[in-house]
Design a protein. Structure first.
Length: 432
């Protein structure tokens, strides 16, 4: 007889893990607005400097994502590493207001802080996915991922408003102290989790060989490969847009600082709706159909931002309205993509498969930030944003021409939520 699962909301350790992310992500959303505002307004950063600042937080994915994935699979206990990442990030964020008070803050300082926090973020995320598998039972993982997505969405809704208020009251550099505090509180929550990490560490066979195993699984698995290509496309363009958006909002649209975060607020509202809908849509239609449907809406946010103009209220409505719809689509896509990855990754290789995916999808954001800065410098802000909008159509092409579309048709016939190749327990079999 199967023992009924305890609902996630009643599981103490899941609540702690959820709370850690909620607190940390809210602080990160404050910093996401306060740090570039500090660079643009207080330090008079150029478009190229804004591009480098945007790239600094994601470039670590290119440096340490792959080796951190191998390390995540090697160790049996991952939580202490996650706690250490939050503590280091908190100290790095705290240096921003301290340097401002001391008169030492500069754009290179902000870039260094963004790079340090980015390094910790890469390691944290790589270790977090296999750690989640020890805290949450497999039948509840889609709901758990949706719960984390709701955290991100709520943070995106409340963070910019909180950031705008803090920037107005304290100035942008001092507002970053909120991010520092949230990292430290998150570390305390993680430290309080009691679930034992009893997973067996994989045999050490050489770092390069272990990294290669994770890369081969991703490259040879048609569904995971398609998800990765789509993620790379949308992220490189999203990073390019992000590098330009604050300058565009302030200098072209004339948005006051408290309203610069309107896009993030709209995306957060949509993301919260998407997180609530994703488990229900998946149960009814299957992950493949949800993935195919959601990607159709990805270009909307890019196009609405590039086209924004006219009276202030109209520009705000254009951006916020489109971002609500985009937020629903992106979060529904992310929930399904994460669930498929956790299920399809072979046993003992989840850390490396996840790290390889992050290496590809997040690492390109560093290139996207530089690309946005260069396009903005050469062509102007609005033409560069239109290029991002046109490029976002490739997301639809990459997913709809993939095996995911064929799998969605088979799933409808078989009444199965997923038609990706069945997860295999033998890593060698998975690579053949």
């Amino acid at each position: 007889m199967t023992t009924p699962l305890i609902p996630l909301r009643r599981q103490r350790d899941y609540r702690l893990l959820w709370s850690a992310r909620a607190i940390s992500e809210t602080g990160s959303e404050v910093a996401r607005l306060a740090v570039p505002l500090t660079a643009a307004v207080a330090l008079d950063a150029s478009p190229i400097e804004m591009g480098v600042l945007t790239a600094a937080s994601t470039f670590p994915f290119l440096l340490v994502a792959l080796p951190s994935g191998a390390m995540a699979d090697r160790v049996a206990r991952r939580r202490p590493v996650m706690v250490a990442c939050e503590l280091i990030s908190g100290l790095a964020a705290l240096s921003v207001p301290l340097a401002w008070i001391a008169g030492l803050l500069s754009v290179p300082w902000l870039i260094a802080v963004a790079f340090t926090i980015g390094m910790c973020t890469v390691v944290f995320r790589t270790f977090n996915t296999p750690h989640l598998a020890t805290v949450v039972a497999e039948p509840q993982r889609t709901a758990a991922i949706a719960g984390f997505q709701s955290v991100f969405s709520v943070a995106q809704m409340g963070g910019p408003g909180l950031a705008g208020m803090l920037v107005a009251l304290l100035t942008a550099p001092i507002a970053v102290v909120v991010n520092a505090v949230t990292f430290l509180v998150s570390a305390v929550c993680l430290r309080a989790i009691r679930t034992p990490e009893n997973g067996a560490a994989t045999e050490k066979r050489g770092l390069a060989r272990e990294i290669g195993e994770g890369m081969r699984v991703l490259v040879n698995h048609p569904v995971l490969r398609a998800l990765c290509v789509t993620g790379m496309t949308v992220n490189v363009l999203g990073a390019a847009q992000m590098a330009l958006f604050i300058l565009f909002a302030v200098n072209v649209l004339g948005l006051p600082a408290p309203l610069v975060g309107v896009a993030a607020i709209g995306f957060g509202v949509g993301g919260l709706i998407g997180a609530m809908l994703a488990p229900r849509l998946t149960a009814r239609f299957g992950e493949n159909k949800v993935l195919l449907g959601s990607v159709l809406f990805f270009p909307l946010g890019f196009a609405a931002t590039a086209a924004a103009g006219g009276p202030l209220w109209l520009a705000i409505c254009q951006i916020a309205g489109a971002e609500v719809i985009t937020g629903v689509a992106v979060v529904a896509y992310s929930v399904c993509s994460g669930s498929v990855t956790m299920r399809e990754a072979p046993d003992g290789l989840l850390g490396r498969v996840n790290a390889t995916t992050n290496f590809a999808t997040q690492g390109v954001m560093a290139l996207g930030g530089i690309l946005g800065g260069v396009l903005g410098e050469l062509l102007g802000l609005r033409p560069a944003l239109w290029i991002c909008a046109a490029g976002s159509l490739l997301c639809i092409v990459s997913l709809w021409l993939s095996p995911i579309r064929r799998g969605a048709r088979r799933a409808a016939a078989e009444d199965s939520p997923s038609t990706a190749p069945h997860r295999q327990s033998d890593p060698e079999a998975a690579r053949t």
